[in-house]
Design a binder for this molecule. Structure first.
Ligand code: ZN
Length: 481
């Protein structure tokens, strides 16, 4: 590892990309721009992360499905705002073999139009509701800017999209709040701090009534959108003619919402907890939690190795995901290798440890060495992992808080943004003022900050930062990916 400080703005993407390859997570050298390959170690990480989110959603009634990748042009064009926004960035399928197709297809950029056609066939009565489904698929967007592995791609991997339909606006609104709760729980489980905002009108999901977004802050001070929740109202149900008969006999369009996350969650996980030696995985997510490394010494080779084996077996029996590295490499080379893989704990066993009936535990995050009695191995490992995780979360949260600054003037805003911060400001709520402000400070208004119940946060200053008129809301502004 070339010791690239992750705080360094210019070298940030160098650090990140090096980690993806060297830790064997994701290989982006595939010869199609903006695509990549999940490697076995990365895939296992991805599985662990997404299985928790699946579990959270299944608990509240979501069922997993799988829709086709191809969407016929006429379906794609049904919701006008949606198509206007996505049209420029979709991949078209226009030929089948040598023949031009009469009916063109798009490769799904997201699945509303594919799913809601089927909803119109499935839903007839209020008793068919609520309908709650999700799928984990790849989606395609013809990205014209520079692409980056996992956070700006043409084939977006691991798009975890959830869609639901309800009989009333009220139930639908409640589901939006429930989805926000689910994501809060999910990101907290990963130790990824987030700001929740309501996206401005000009930046909401095309076809939505409104969009709630989760953004995190990367080590270089840029924000990364990692989850969104959209209230679609009846916009899509009207376009796709999804109607049900209600208990009072009347027929009405259903109310819909959807929410999604993508491989960006992995980008956040790697960069937020990582350091100059590589990633540091939360113990409950790490594909390998503990590596046992024998430190051979002349005359003690057999003893050391047999002790290492018994320690490894004891850990394995206690349910830890662990490996024994008894390869012929030097201990130093092994430290380097497993640090780079983000393995939370390393246990070293040398002649001195054997003499004293101890083992040496090394924490990946602090590289702190802790010597414990061998008979207390399991309890010490559990305790160390718990303490480590608690401190990792605290560290991430403290860093996050230190990166958000409230400002009152354009000059203060520019200065804070240039210093790699995300800013809070007071705003009037006027769209034209917002768009001008974005241009003046060369940054993006993420949205109006909201609390858990989606109530907008009030302005902390009486004057709008953009136009000087009376301020209503607190907004969050960032240089974003
Ligand atoms: Zn204003």
């Amino acid at each position: 590892m070339s010791n690239v400080p992750r705080e360094n703005w210019k070298k940030f993407s160098g650090w990140y990309e090096e980690i993806l390859l060297k830790a064997e997570i994701y290989d982006y050298r595939y010869p199609v721009k903006g695509t990549g390959v999940w490697l076995p170690y990365g895939f296992e990480l991805r599985e662990r992360v997404y299985s928790y989110l699946k579990e959270l959603q299944k608990k509240v009634g979501y069922k997993e499905v799988l829709f086709p990748t191809l969407i016929p042009e006429d379906l794609f064009r049904k919701e006008s705002e949606h198509v206007a926004s996505f049209e420029k960035e979709v991949f078209w399928v226009t030929k089948g073999g040598a023949r031009e197709l009469d009916r063109k297809y798009v490769l799904r950029p997201t699945s509303e139009t594919a799913m809601y056609y089927m909803f119109s066939l499935w839903l007839n009565s209020y008793s068919d509701l609520p309908l709650k489904i999700f799928q984990v698929v790849n989606v395609f967007r013809y990205e014209t800017e520079a692409t980056h592995p996992l956070y700006r791609e043409r084939e977006i991997t691991t798009f975890f999209e959830s869609h639901s339909a309800f009989a009333t606006a009220d139930e639908n609104e409640k589901e939006v709040k429930l989805a926000v709760e689910i994501y809060k729980e999910f990101f907290d489980w990963l130790g990824i701090p987030t700001i929740i905002t309501k996206r401005p009108e000009w930046d909401k999901f095309p076809g939505a009534v409104y969009t709630i977004a989760f953004d995190t802050i990367l080590p270089n001070g840029r924000s990364l959108q990692i989850g969104t929740v959209h209230n679609l109202g009846q916009n899509f149900s009207k376009a796709f003619d999804i109607k049900v008969q209600l208990p009072d006999g009347k027929v009405d369009y259903v109310w819909q919402m959807c929410f999604g996350v993508s491989g960006r969650v992995i980008t956040a996980l790697l960069t937020i907890h990582g350091d100059d030696h590589g990633p540091v995985f939360p113990p409950h997510v790490a594909p390998i939690q503990i590596v046992v490394i024998p430190i051979p010494y002349k005359g003690f080779e057999e003893k050391v190795l047999s002790k290492a084996r018994s320690v490894f077996n004891e850990l394995k029996e206690a349910g830890f995901r662990c490996i024994l590295d008894d390869s012929p490499e030097t201990p130093g080379a092994k430290y380097y290798k497993w640090e780079l893989k983000g393995v939370p704990l390393r246990i070293e066993i040398g002649p001195k440890d054997i003499q004293e009936e101890r083992v040496t535990i090394v924490r990946r995050d602090t590289l702190e060495r802790i010597r414990v009695m061998e008979r207390e191995l399991i309890s010490s490992v559990k305790e160390t992992l718990e303490k480590m995780w608690k401190e990792m979360k605290e560290k991430a949260l403290n860093f996050f808080k230190s990166k958000i600054v409230n400002v009152k003037s354009i000059d203060e805003a520019k200065k804070a943004l240039d210093e790699g911060c995300v800013i809070g400001a007071s705003w009037c709520g006027n769209e034209e003022c917002g768009i001008n402000l974005q241009e003046k400070i060369k940054a993006r208004i993420l949205g109006i900050e909201v609390d858990q119940d989606l109530n907008p946060q009030k302005a902390f200053s009486s004057v709008c930062i953009g136009c000087g008129s009376s301020a209503k809301y607190k907004i969050i502004i960032a240089r974003s990916y």
